[in-house]
Write a protein that binds this ligand. Structure first.
Ligand code: HEM
Ligand code: HEM
Length: 545
C-alpha cells in the first residue's frame, strides 16, 4: 500500500509545471469549471460588435496612463514659481497643479506622450461609446432582456463625460479654468440654492484653493471606480444574455451562431487591444493635444480666445451660447433664465435617448425576448428618432463652436447663433421625416428584390422587339435575410362605445399609446413585407421577367 502511494506521488510530480499550477488554483478557486462553462461560449461575428471592444480597450489605456500620471501630478493649488525647462514661462506664478503638468510635459521621461495618450484615449473612449450606443440603438439590441444593460451603458456614457471634464480641468490652465468658471456660472443660476451649491463645491468663493484637489479625487477614484464596477457588470450581462445576432440562415431567437470565445475571440480580442493601443499611441505621438504651455495658467480675470471644451461636452456649451440672455427679477432676486434653461435642457437631451427603449416597449406592448437584431430600415420610426437625436446633438455642437465656425468660415457669429437657434427646433424634425422616407424607400427596394430579384443591369431584346432587364432571383439565404423581420400591427383601442351604446372610458395613456403605435406601425409607416403567396404567384411565371 505504501508503495502505491509513493508511485502515485511520483507520477504527480512528473506533471508539467503549468498543469500543477492550474491544479493548485483549481483546488482553491474552482477556475476549471468556471472556465469550462464560459470559455467555449459562442459569439456571433459582425464588424459593428467591435465597437464595444473599442470602448473597453480605450478605457484600459486610460487607466494605465492615468496611473502613470498620478505618479507626477500634484493636485494642489498652492502658488509656486515656474522654474522648469520651458523658457517662456520661467519665473511666472502658477498653481502647483499647472507646474506639475508642465513638469510631466517637459521633464518627465515619456511624460508628454503618456499625457497625450491619456487625453486622446479619453476622446476615443467617448466617441467609441457614442457610436457603440448608436449601434445598439439602431439595431434594437436594447430590447428585452437588455434594457438594464442599456441603462448601465448610458450611465457609463454620462459618467465618462464628467470624468473627462474633471480630468481636463486638473492642469488648471486658462482653457480648463474657463470651463470650470462656465460650470460655476451654470450652478449659480439654480434658483435659491445655486450660491450655496457653488460655495459647497469650491469650498468658498470661486476658484478658491480647493477645487483641483477635489476634482482630483473625483477624477481618479470616485468616477472611474463607479465606471469600473459598471463595466464589469455590463460585460457580465453581455455574457449572461448572450450576444445578439443579425438575422440569417440558421440563426434563430434561441441559438447563437458564431465562434467560441477561446481560442478564436480571445486571440482576436488580444490583437485588437494592441491595435487600438497602437493607433491611439500613434495619434498621440504626432497630433498635439492640450498644449497647456501655449495657453498659460488660469487666472479668473482672463479668458483665452477660441476656448472649446472637449467634443463630448460641446453640446452643453452650445445650449448656453445660443440661448438668449433672458433674466427676470423677482422680489429683489435675479433669475438668470439664459443660463438656467440650458442647464435644465442639458440632462433632457441625454435622458431623451436613455428612456427611448422603455417608451418603445410600452408602445409595442411586446414582452418577449429579442435576440435577433433589427435592420435599421425595418423600424423606420425608431431609426428616424435616432437620426433626429444625433442631428440635435450636432446642431448644439455647432453652437458650442460658434466662434470657431465664424473665424474659419468668415461668417458672422450672430448668424451662426441664429442658425443654431432655428435649427435646434427645425433640423431634428426634417431629419426625422427624411430618415423615415429613406427607410421606407429601402423597405420598398427590399420588397422588390424579394419579389422580382436583383436588377442585373443586363438588357435583353425579346423577339418581338421589347427590351427587358434581366432580374436575378435571390438565393434562399438572401430571401430569408430580407424577410425574417416581424411587422407589428398598431395597437387599437377598439370602439369607444360598448355593445349597449354606452360610452367606454379609455384612459388618456391608452389613447396616447394607440396614437404612438399608429405612428410606429400604422399605414404608411412600414411597407408590408411580401407574403409567401405573393412570392409564389410572381415566381410561378406571371409577370416575372
Ligand atoms: C465603458 C463603456 C462600454 C464598454 C466597455 C462596453 C462594452 C461592450 C461590449 C464589449 C459589448 C459586446 C460587444 C458589442 O456588442 O459591441 C457590449 C454590448 C452592449 N453594450 Fe456596451 N459598452 C460600453 C458602453 C455602452 C453604452 C454607452 C451603451 C448604451 C447606452 C451600451 C449598451 C450595450 C448593450 C445593450 C450591449 C448588448 C448588445 C448586444 O448583445 O447586441 N454599452 N458592450
Ligand atoms: C474614463 C476615465 C477617464 C477619462 C475620460 C480621463 C480623462 C482625462 C483628461 C481628458 C485629462 C486631461 C489631460 C491633459 O491634457 O492634461 C486627464 C487628466 C488626468 N487624469 Fe484622467 N481620465 C480618466 C481616468 C483616469 C484615471 C483612472 C486616472 C488615475 C488613476 C487618471 C489620472 C489623471 C491625472 C493624474 C490627470 C492630470 C494630469 C494631466 O492633466 O496630464 N485619469 N484625464
Amino acid at each position: 500500500m505504501s508503495t502505491t502511494t509513493t508511485s502515485d506521488s511520483r507520477s504527480r510530480e512528473k506533471a508539467p509545471a503549468g498543469e500543477r499550477v492550474a491544479d493548485w488554483a483549481d483546488g482553491r478557486l474552482g477556475i476549471y469549471s468556471l472556465a469550462k462553462a464560459n470559455m467555449r461560449k459562442i459569439f456571433p461575428d459582425h464588424w459593428s460588435f467591435m465597437l464595444g471592444e473599442v470602448c473597453l480597450y480605450s478605457f484600459i489605456i486610460i487607466i494605465l496612463t492615468g496611473v502613470y500620471l498620478t505618479l507626477f501630478f500634484h493636485p494642489s493649488m498652492n502658488e509656486v514659481q515656474y522654474n522648469g525647462s520651458y523658457v517662456p514661462l520661467q519665473g511666472q506664478l502658477m498653481s502647483e497643479a499647472f507646474n506639475s503638468t508642465m513638469h510631466i510635459s517637459f521633464d518627465v521621461r515619456g511624460g508628454l506622450l503618456i499625457r497625450q495618450i491619456h487625453h486622446w484615449a479619453a476622446l476615443v473612449f467617448l466617441a467609441g461609446m457614442f457610436v457603440h450606443m448608436m449601434r445598439v440603438f439602431f439595431t434594437g439590441a436594447f430590447r428585452k432582456p437588455r434594457e438594464v444593460n442599456w441603462v448601465f451603458g448610458f450611465l457609463l456614457f454620462v459618467l465618462g463625460m464628467f470624468t473627462g471634464f474633471t480630468g481636463y480641468s486638473l492642469p488648471d490652465d486658462l482653457l480648463s479654468g474657463t470651463g470650470v468658471r462656465f460650470m460655476e456660472g451654470a450652478i449659480l443660476s439654480v434658483p435659491i440654492v445655486g450660491t450655496y451649491l457653488s460655495f459647497f463645491l469650491f469650498g468658498g468663493e470661486f476658484p478658491g484653493g480647493d477645487f483641483v484637489a477635489r476634482f482630483y479625487s473625483v477624477h481618479i477614484l470616485l468616477l472611474p471606480g463607479i465606471m469600473l464596477g459598471l463595466v464589469v457588470g455590463h460585460l457580465i450581462l453581455v455574457f449572461y444574455h448572450k450576444h445578439t445576432q443579425f438575422a440569417g440562415p440558421g440563426k434563430t431567437n434561441n441559438n447563437v451562431v458564431g465562434m467560441p470565445l477561446l481560442p478564436v475571440y480571445m486571440a482576436k480580442a488580444g490583437g485588437f487591444f494592441f491595435l487600438v493601443f497602437g493607433v491611439v499611441a500613434a495619434i498621440s505621438a504626432v497630433a498635439q493635444i492640450n498644449p497647456i504651455w501655449a495657453i498659460g495658467p488660469y487666472r479668473p480675470d482672463q479668458v483665452s480666445t477660441g476656448a472649446q471644451p472637449d467634443w463630448y461636452m460641446g453640446f452643453s456649451e452650445g445650449l448656453i451660447r445660443v440661448m438668449p440672455g433672458w433674466e427676470v427679477n423677482l422680489w429683489g432676486h435675479t433669475l438668470v433664465l439664459g443660463v438656467f434653461i440650458p442647464l435644465v435642457i442639458f440632462p433632457l437631451v441625454l435622458v431623451a435617448i436613455a428612456v427611448y427603449p422603455f417608451l418603445e416597449s410600452w408602445v409595442t406592448g411586446d414582452k418577449r425576448e429579442h435576440h435577433i437584431l433589427d435592420r435599421p430600415r425595418n423600424v423606420p420610426t425608431r431609426t428616424a428618432f435616432g437620426a433626429a437625436w444625433i442631428s440635435w446633438y450636432f446642431v448644439l455642437l455647432v453652437g458650442g463652436g460658434n466662434d470657431i465656425w465664424a473665424t474659419h468660415f468668415h461668417l458672422s457669429i450672430n448668424s451662426i447663433t441664429w442658425f443654431v437657434r432655428i435649427a435646434f427646433f427645425i433640423v431634428p424634425v426634417l431629419v426625422f421625416i427624411a430618415t423615415k422616407r429613406i427607410c421606407l424607400g429601402l423597405q420598398r427596394r427590399d420588397r422588390d428584390k424579394v419579389l422580382h430579384g436583383r436588377e442585373s443591369g443586363i438588357i435583353k431584346r425579346l423577339p418581338h422587339g421589347e427590351f427587358i432587364e434581366v432580374h436575378e432571383p435571390l438565393s434562399q439565404d438572401g430571401l430569408h435575410t430580407l424577410t425574417a423581420h416581424e411587422q407589428y400591427m398598431p395597437a387599437e383601442i377598439g370602439p369607444m362605445v360598448d355593445e349597449n351604446g354606452v360610452e367606454r372610458k379609455v384612459p388618456g395613456t391608452q389613447r396616447l399609446r394607440a396614437k404612438f403605435s399608429k405612428g410606429f406601425y400604422g399605414e404608411g409607416n412600414q411597407i408590408p413585407k411580401p407574403t409567401v403567396e405573393e412570392y409564389k404567384e410572381i415566381t410561378s411565371g406571371h409577370g416575372h421577367h
